[in-house]
Every structure is written in C-alpha cells, then in structure tokens.
Write a protein that binds this ligand. Structure first.
Ligand code: B12
Length: 339
C-alpha cells in the first residue's frame, strides 16, 4: 500500500498542500502542528486500512477534532477541509479506494469525542480526592499532592484504588486538558513526573504481598514513550505476589524476548498507547512466538488502542487484552491456569 511504502513522500506532500490551502491552526503552534498532524493522520489511516479496522481512524478523527477545538476557530470545518485534501492527494498518488472511502466517510460525518467517555469519565469513587490531587498538581504543588495520598492511605484507602481513581484519573484528565490546549506541555511533564514520584513512595505497600513464585515481564513497545500505564500493570502484578521485570517504555524487541527467557517469565504484558505503534506490538509478538523457548508463554496486551477496538488484541496475535491494571492481573491468572 502506498500509504506505508511511500509514507515520507506522502507526508511531505500533505504538509505542502495543507499549507498552500491555509489549513493551519493559530500561531504559535502552527508549523509543528501541521507536520505532526499530517504524520499522525496518515499513520492512523494506514493502521486502520492495514488492520481492516476503520474504527481506529474514526477514533483518531474524533481526537483530532478535540485537539483542533483548542487551537482553531472552526475546528470541524478545518478537519473536514484537511480530509478533503487528503482524499485528493490519495487520488493523485494512485491510492486504493479503501483508504479514500474511509477518509470521505469521516469527512462527511466527523465523529465526536467518544474515546474520552470510553476511557471512563463516569463516576469516580474517589472523585473528591482526585480533584484535590489534580488541583494541587495544576498549582505545581507536589507537597500537597503527596500529603493527600499519604493521608488517604493512612485513612485506609486501598493502594489499588489510589492508582486507578487518583493517579490514572488525574493523568487522563490532565491529558484531556492538554488536548484542548488548557494545559501546557511543561504542566503535563510536571504532573507526570510528580505522579511517578508519588507512586514510588508507595512501594512498601506494593512490594509487601506474599510471593507466588511467578514472573512476568512488563513493558511498553518500541517507539511508545508512555510508561505509567505499563508501570501500574507491573505494580498490580507485584501486589498479587508476582515478581515483575518492568522494562519501562520504548523497549527494543530483542531485549524483551531475551528478558522473558532469562527470567523464566510465565508471560509478557505488553503496552501500547499510540495506535500507530500497534504494528510494533504485532511484530514483537511474532518474534516471541518464533522463539522456541519464549514462544509458549502467554502474551497479554493493553493500552489506549485496545480499548478503542476491543478485538484488536486478536489481530496482533495476543492471548488476551485487559482494559486496566486490575483486569490485567485477573486475566493473567486465568491465562496461567490454562497453560
Ligand atoms: C503523560 C503523557 C505523555 C508523556 C508520557 C511520559 C511518561 N513518562 O509516561 C509524553 C510527553 C512522553 C507523551 C507523548 C505523547 N503523547 Co501522550 N499522554 C500522556 C497522558 C497525559 C497520560 C498517560 C498516562 O500516564 N496515563 C495514565 C495510565 C495509568 O493510563 P493508561 O496509560 O491508559 O494505562 C491503563 C490502561 O490503558 C491499561 N494498560 C496500559 N498498558 C497496558 C498493558 C497491558 C498488558 C494491559 C493488560 C493493560 C494496560 O492499564 C493501565 C493502568 O490501569 C495521556 C492521556 C491519557 N488519556 O492517558 C496522553 C496521550 C496518551 N498522549 C497523546 C498524544 C497525542 C501524545 C503525543 C503524540 C503528543 C505529541 N504530539 O508529541 C506523544 C507521543 C509519544 C510517543 N511516541 O509515544 C494522546 C493520544 C491520543 C490518541 N488518540 O491516540 C493522549 C490520550 C492525550 C490526549 N487526550 O490527547 N504523552
């Protein structure tokens, strides 16, 4: 497919055409957004076509609309005009009908921000604590954020609940605000670093469970820089007594296979947050399966794109997926039983 094989040329051509037509956001982000927007759009489109899952592109369009909302006067029209140009460019590049008809369908009916509701913006059982925690971080006040968490723990709140309903909820809400241009990149970096710091102060609790003798390797796939989701999954395994080999974000495939063998892991928990990284997940899984020793272990996947399309885990060749860290350990326990 042209989209994949000739991605760089297509990407550059799209940037030129969007610029020529004035399809840009307001300064100061304009140049960077144009480049990143073109790349992200083409990546998501090619993944959607490659995997036969148009929902992945629909979800991207909904996200892009939200993103443009905070940066342009007429976000829906801007996105529609951009999609019109994408369609024309694909036609000129001799691109297949599938990609073009998907682009046209989305242009005709730009979806809303469904992903945010899927990522659980429903009732939060620790809503009050979550709001106070996030407000503290928004005010660059790590001390208060830290104290709120310590007080909640001392008051008997379960660490798992703090992870899911405070840290995860705060990170996602902060991400939503970044998307809408209400939070700056430095603010996002501050919140993420502060949450990682505060998480690490809970490790007496995380490491206190009786060991069950099982080992799991946990990592984010190559290219993906999001680490907190994978780290939470690792910590929930620890709290259930597993020994975890947590490799962090952006792990090279060969290292993952070697680690699984070296540590005698029962399985691999693999995270991807960005839809364009789903191919890296599929490639790594293939590599694990090829290995005579690691190939028989279970592979569990999770992260944003697997929530967008609940069947995507099959497509990448995993054994199962889970929507959050709590579900992850239950699913892994079942996978271990059947092996
Ligand atoms: C922090 C952050 C970053 C940081 C990450 C730093 C770090 N050290 O981790 C940095 C700055 C690097 C970053 C970069 C980018 N980011 Co970012 N980021 C976020 C943010 C705000 C928080 C992520 C987080 O910590 N979430 C909290 C964790 C706990 O939640 P989680 O990841 O969903 O994990 C849970 C489940 O998904 C599941 N799970 C996760 N992994 C696994 C694995 C297994 C095996 C299982 C079973 C379950 C599982 O369990 C976890 C725990 O319950 C999110 C917002 C969001 N909604 O998550 C955006 C977000 C993910 N980022 C986004 C974007 C667009 C980007 C960039 C493209 C921005 C840019 N222009 O540069 C880049 C891409 C970089 C890359 N190559 O990966 C978008 C993605 C939109 C989309 N539709 O795909 C989001 C959603 C923000 C938004 N609302 O627009 N980001």
């Amino acid at each position: 497919m042209v989209l994949v094989s000739d991605a760089r040329a297509l990407h550059d051509a799209l940037v030129r055409r969007w610029r020529a037509e004035g399809l840009v956001v307001e300064e100061p982000d304009a140049a960077a957004e144009l480049k990143e927007g073109a790349e992200a759009l083409l990546h998501h489109l090619s993944k959607a076509v490659e995997t036969g899952r148009p929902g992945l592109f629909r979800d991207y369009a909904a996200w892009a609309k939200g993103y443009l909302q905070g940066r342009a006067a007429r976000p829906t029209e801007l996105l529609q005009d951009r999609l019109q140009v994408v369609d024309a460019l694909l036609a000129d590049s001799g691109e297949d009908d599938e990609a073009r008809s998907l682009v046209r369908a989305i242009r005709d009916e730009v979806p809303g921000l469904e992903a945010e509701t899927r990522q659980g913006r429903g009732k939060n059982p620790l809503g009050d604590l979550h709001v106070r925690y996030l407000n503290a971080l928004m005010a660059a006040d790590r001390r208060t954020a830290h104290r709120l968490v310590q007080d909640a723990l001392a008051g008997g709140v379960d660490v798992r609940d703090i992870y899911l309903h405070v840290f995860q909820a705060a990170q996602r809400e902060m991400g939503r605000r970044w998307q809408l241009n209400e939070v700056s990149v430095p603010q996002e970096h501050f919140c993420t670093a502060a949450t990682q710091l505060i998480m690490s102060q809970l490790y007496d609790e995380v490491f206190s469970a009786e060991r069950n003798g099982k080992v799991v390797v946990v990592t984010s796939v190559a290219g993906d820089l999001h680490e907190i989701g994978a780290r939470m999954v690792a910590d929930f395994f620890e709290m259930d007594g597993w020994d975890t080999v947590y490799l962090g974000a952006n792990s090279p495939s060969s290292a993952v296979v070697e680690e699984m063998k070296e540590r005698g892991a029962e399985g691999l928990a693999l995270s991807a947050t960005m839809t364009p990284h789903v191919s890296a997940v599929a490639e790594l899984i293939q590599e694990v399966r090829k290995d005579p020793e690691a190939g028989s272990r279970w592979i569990l996947v999770g992260g944003y794109p697997f929530g967008v399309d609940p069947d995507l885990w099959r497509e990448v060749g995993a054994d199962a997926m889970a929507l959050d860290a709590l579900e992850a350990t239950g699913t892994a326990a079942r996978l271990s039983e059947v092996r």
